[in-house]
Design a protein around this ligand. Sequence first.
Ligand SMILES: [Zn+2]
Length: 395
Amino acid sequence: MNSVYRLYPNIQHYAWGGNEYIPQWLGLPPDGQPYAEAWYGAHPTHPSNLLIEDGVIPLNDWIADHAAEALGQESVQKYGPRLPFLLKVLDVKDMLSIQLHPDKAGAMVGFEEENIKGIPLSASHRNYKDDNHKPELLIALSDFWMLQGFENLSVIKDRLESLVPGFLKQVSEISWQSLMAKIWSLEEDEKNEWCWQLQTQLAQAFIEDKKNIRYWLIKALNTYPPAEGNFDRGLLVMLMMHIHHLKPGEAGYQAPGVLHAYLEGQNVELMSNSDNVLRGGLTPKHIDAVELMKHLNTDSAGQCILDPMYLMDDEIVFSPPVPDFLIKQFIIQPGTKKLIQFNTASILLSQHGNLDLEEGNVLPEGDSLFIPAYKLLDVSSVDGMAKFFVATSII
Ligand SMILES: [Zn+2]
């Protein structure tokens, strides 16, 4: 295919999103709505729109008609006739649910079992929406805060002793496995009793330090207040978890079985095509504690910050330890250019500056492109330094 195509993201107005960051990114005036996520991809229910000669068309529909040329034969063979990844820009104002994702084998088994049980895909208690794993890579666009993996046991011990005194006596050994198992086996009234105690302790002091779990626990209590004395069990799970602070440009990776929760900030996120999420708190949605504990990785702390690979000063690769996808960040100085070509479809997201795509075709800051397989693209900057991401799958 000889062309590249402008791509318009599908916006998710989830309540936890901020009001300004994504509109500003897209060059839109804020309209009072929360803009949580901008999706760049071919998700069947929330596809991006592609600009073609006749107007706009959902990317998934267009790919269905042009799979071999758009994706390349190798991609179709490996992943089927669909775009294998989803790229997002996220603006997290209020903290998201604690969750983990199953690995590929676990997803296949879980999906099959729920099919056999006849649980409809749309049922609120359905855990497995597909048979794929859901590795996630994120690159911080601002100071970004998340909970990821387990904290050291000595820190957890200190937290429990100061915030829920007596809880440690409930377990026979102090390990991530036994503490998590205890939290998820508490009866409702026991859980509420411990959370009430936690709330009482937190009320003693106001904390401004975001590296202190108390700060986020207070925020969680405000975001997910107890309804009729019924507390969110995620408050206790938070006591186990490690706080990560990513600076702009730093990257992280969510491995299978690792608990994580986004707390605050903006990022670019790249993931495989899957909706398989097992929730572990901070949510009114369905939680399946048995499945959660089955897939929870308690062997390692699970914290994963991803080191970027510098191919050159102006070309950085973020590649998670899965053979699914990668993202490159390019930096163009005035007067230089970059030649881009991949053996499968990719999505370009302009982060800073206006890009010149040959022959005066300008891609403004914040806009995006769908690039078919093997298309050679010559990119320079219109004025000043420019930065952009390209996400692609691995064949
Ligand atoms: Zn996740």
